[in-house]
Design a protein around this ligand. Structure first.
Ligand SMILES: [Zn+2]
Length: 260
């Protein structure tokens, strides 16, 4: 665990920049692409299936643009376009309420067949974010979207880390509203975090209490895996996440304000 925390600190300790880039949703996709993507995404994303038709179009367009902007590396499994579509969809799910959703700092996404080790570390990882890329175990990716009861979804978890990294430590694709709202989020959720650390009991899984970054990623995970459960058990945290991500997964449209 100590090695892991050291790595995390290393990951989150590089310089920051406040320049902003706006990414318009202008790309028009063909019906063939739309139908193919909808079929693939709809096969495992309930979130997507609940969207009204217009929002489905916006979602698929974002997934297409996200996927086209990244280089996917497959380690221990075959290169498959559907895999890249689904991994892109998990990023778009987390950032659907935000204007800048491309996580532009990250050019490379590594999909590994199963859990993996880093360097000479004995610990097994199912995903992590480093300045050079986003890493995910495909086996655990699928598990995250097949089970709604345990609040575990590695893709959502890592995309939440990547979103934070992109907005506070990277140079491109910063979403100024997200930055401002995240600062509000961390000050408003400070007492919640302090309370769960003191009492060591919470609806959130215990990994959330490792540090602030994990609290954020585990909260976002619970927010998307079982929104009703999080709302029932930690209403204040649920409301704070709705604000910072500009969406409410319990509503069919998801988005709160169309122009955040
Ligand atoms: Zn994490």
């Amino acid at each position: 665990m100590r090695t892991f925390l050291r790595k995390l600190n290393k990951i989150f300790s590089s310089g920051s920049d406040t320049s902003t880039a706006t990414v318009p949703d202008e790309t028009v996709i063909s019906d063939t692409i739309y139908n193919n993507y909808s079929f693939v995404i709809g096969s495992i994303f309930n979130y997507f299936n609940e969207l009204p038709e217009e929002e489905k179009k916006r979602f698929v367009t974002r997934v297409y643009r996200f996927k086209e902007s990244k280089k996917f590396h497959f380690i221990g499994l075959e290169h498959h376009d559907d895999t890249a579509i689904l991994v892109s969809a998990s990023a778009v799910q987390v950032t659907f309420g935000l204007k800048n959703y491309l996580l532009s700092h990250f050019n490379d996404i590594y999909v590994l067949a199963d859990a993996y080790r880093m360097d000479d570390d004995e610990e097994l990882y199912i995903g992590h974010v480093a300045p050079e890329g986003i890493y995910l175990s495909w086996k655990h990716f699928l598990y995250g979207y097949s089970n709604n009861c345990d609040n575990i979804n590695v893709a959502v978890h890592e995309m939440a880390h990547a979103l934070l990294y992109n907005n506070f430590f990277a140079q491109y694709g910063i979403d100024s509203h997200f930055r401002m709202n995240y600062e509000r989020f961390s000050s408003s959720t400070g007492p919640i975090l302090a309370d769960v650390i003191t009492n060591r009991r919470s609806y959130l899984r215990s990994y959330a209490f490792s540090n602030l970054h994990e609290f954020w990623a585990v909260s976002v995970e619970a927010f998307f895996v079982n929104p009703q459960g999080l709302k029932d058990n930690m209403a204040e945290l649920y409301g704070a996440l709705c604000k910072v991500l500009n969406q409410d997964p319990l509503t069919p449209c998801k988005i709160l304000k169309s122009e955040p």
